[in-house]
Design a protein around this ligand. Structure first.
Ligand code: CP
Length: 350
């Protein structure tokens, strides 16, 4: 089966079939195994990839820039202050005196692809960041790649999967524990949502553990449950910091996220509340109860709060492999969507 993603936007993995995700992963694995091959070195020759950041980043910015370089292209960094952006009362960002339609249409004449990061710190309401990203995508022919918005983080999701199968092989029937972690960072939902959406579609059982009051958006959780049901996998919701660590768990993802009222109460109140729930931490004693479970996290890690140092830096942590995978998966996505590289996959896998 030949997979062709030329011209497609990459905003959420939910908009891609399992076969298409498999093709992205297979190409990323090939690119990782043969990183500097001539096969990839000119795929973006003479092409510019725009990286538009409303919020800060370490991994995403550097890995996208490196990806463009390794594919023979150039990545250009953009941020709101250099583009004279301002907020409207609806929380939608527009350029002073210029609509998104105009800005996007002009950028489309220069670049072959554009990545956008827009998280909760840059918008008024949950979902506004994703809407803005889709507005750019609607007005550009060049593919738009989500570099993390307030709902989804597709490049992180496929990088997680790549790391998980790199270490445990076939993911069918494996079990993921997605656990809330305490801390003072009031983190976004995007990475955990993307991981659960993708894991549940790719054959994993999902255990979701969080304190009462830290429910994730219902539509996403319903989708994860439906994915599990469709594939005959289990889904379990646990409101206890300890009970999820059982002998069937293969992967533990311990990460802070803010409560559903975050957009009303703000960061200070959220941090005050979340910092008190200190029992929500991934530690060695809990990890020992799992099925040689591996610790995964998108980083940056809030050490001593989401997870102990012993686990984060221990032999069962694969966080740096996953961080490295961002480079390979993004090269794969850029090669397929921007350069139009086609990938052949074995249909018997599905
Ligand atoms: N995981 C991730 O997106 O990291 P950065 O915020 O550093 O880009």
């Amino acid at each position: 089966m030949i997979i062709d993603l030329k011209g497609r936007d990459f905003i959420s993995t939910d908009e891609f079939t399992r076969e298409e995700i498999e093709a992205i992963l297979q190409l990323a694995e090939e690119m990782k195994a043969d990183r500097y091959s001539d096969k990839w070195a000119k795929l973006l020759h003479n092409k510019t990839f725009l990286m538009f950041f409303f919020n800060p980043s370490l991994r995403t910015r550097v890995s996208f820039e490196a990806a463009a370089t390794e594919l023979g292209g150039h990545a250009q960094f953009l941020e709101p202050k250099t583009m004279r952006l301002k907020k409207t009362s609806e929380g939608v960002e527009v350029q002073a005196g210029e609509t998104i339609e105009d800005a996007a249409s002009a950028l489309d004449r220069y670049a072959s692809g554009m990545g956008i990061r827009i998280l909760e710190g840059a918008v008024e309401n949950y979902g506004d960041g994703d809407k803005l990203l889709r507005e750019y995508a609607k007005n550009m022919k060049a593919p738009v790649i989500n570099m993390a918005d307030d709902v989804y983080h597709p490049c992180q999701g496929v990088s997680d999967l790549m790391g998980m199968r790199q270490h445990k092989g076939d993911l069918n029937g494996k079990t993921l524990l997605m656990s809330w972690g305490h801390g003072a960072l009031a983190r976004s939902y995007c990475s955990v949502q993307e991981n659960m959406l993708l894991s549940s579609r790719m054959g994993l059982n999902v255990k979701l553990a969080h304190p009462k009051g830290y429910d994730l958006p219902k539509d996403i959780v319903d989708q994860v449950k439906a994915n599990c049901e469709k594939n005959g996998q289990s889904f379990e919701l646990i409101n206890d910091p300890d009970a999820g660590y059982t002998d069937e768990v293969d992967f533990v993802y311990s990460r802070n996220w803010f409560g559903p009222d975050f957009y009303e109460i703000g960061k200070k109140a959220e941090i005050e509340r979340a910092s008190k729930l200190t029992d929500w931490i991934c530690n060695e004693e809990r990890m020992k109860r799992t099925n040689d479970g591996l610790f995964i996290h998108p980083m940056p890690v809030d050490r001593g709060k989401e997870v102990t140092d012993e686990v984060a830096s221990g032999p069962r942590s694969i966080i740096y492999d996953i961080a490295e995978n961002r480079l390979h998966t993004q090269k794969s996505v850029m090669a397929m969507t921007i350069a139009g590289l086609k990938v052949s996959i074995d249909p018997r896998l599905f």
